[in-house]
Ligand binder design. Structure first.
Ligand code: GLP
Length: 247
């Protein structure tokens, strides 16, 4: 089921999600996290930092990565996770896994990434954002709901949305590696965050729309344990919000 928690600000949303992470770490000290990159997930990492949390003993698997920029580019997801998680939260760098194993071989190594996830027993808690296109990770509309980790392309909408992190639209990569929708659905708990009116249509389609590859995020409806943390603006397209609330 999808539990919807409506918060009054992204900061409060980050705090709610951080408590979910802490609860898991309290129960399982060697838990496996799935890390999302983006402003929504950033609120969770900041809140964990403010609480003085250290991710000692935790393994973390990244959701996705751009192809076409080097790992040390400031906007590679590798670099963002170093800045947002590894350094401030003390994640052991050797416990951070990226779907890009080696530059130049990105398209053929998805299977190896899946094997690495399986070898540590799977992902306990997967943080997710949602794109205005309805993507999760970089699974754009049209992605099979059974898709696995692979090389794929970004839509113009996503490139335009993410241009704010680059100097210009031209600098935003066109290719990426992403965990597939099917891969994401294997995590034991999905924690999806979305804030702002620009996300309201995508959130409504994901939670209440038909389950369809037209909105890859709608696959969360197939998962037995989903927590959605949204502010009032992102929740504004939900018609049945009260039936998703648990408090
Ligand atoms: C990128 C990431 C997604 C993320 C999305 C939303 O496109 N690849 O995993 O869900 O951004 O980002 P934000 O939280 O910044 O809106």
């Amino acid at each position: 089921m999808t539990e919807v928690i409506v918060v009054s600000s992204p900061e409060q949303g980050g705090d709610v999600a951080a408590r979910v992470v802490l609860d898991l770490m309290g129960k399982k000290t060697d838990s496996v996290l799935g890390l999302a990159t983006g402003s929504s997930a950033g609120h969770v990492y900041r809140s964990l930092g403010q609480k003085g949390v250290k991710l000692t003993g935790i393994r973390a698997f990244m959701l996705d990565e751009y192809i076409g920029i080097p790992r040390n580019h400031p906007q590679s997801y590798w670099s963002v996770i170093q800045r947002d998680v590894v350094v401030p939260l003390g994640l052991d760098p050797s416990f951070l896994y990226s779907p890009v194993m080696s530059e130049g071989h990105e398209g053929t190594e998805g299977g190896r990434y899946e094997e690495e996830i399986a070898s540590v027993g799977g992902i306990d808690l997967q943080l997710l954002g949602i794109g205005t296109s309805g993507h999760i990770a970089f699974n754009e509309p049209g992605s099979s709901l059974a898709s696995r980790t692979r090389l794929t392309t970004l839509t113009e909408q996503t490139r335009t949305d993410n241009a704010r992190f680059f100097g210009s639209l031209q600098e935003v990569p066109r290719l990426c590696v992403t965990q597939g929708v099917g891969t994401i659905l294997e995590a034991r708990h999905l924690l999806l965050l979305a804030f702002g009116a620009a996300k309201s249509n995508a959130v409504a389609a994901a939670v209440e729309g038909p389950v369809s590859s037209s909105c890859p995020a709608s696959a969360i409806q197939l998962h037995p344990r989903v927590t959605l943390v949204v502010d009032e603006d992102a929740a504004s397209g939900l018609r049945f919000v009260d039936s998703h609330r648990t408090s």
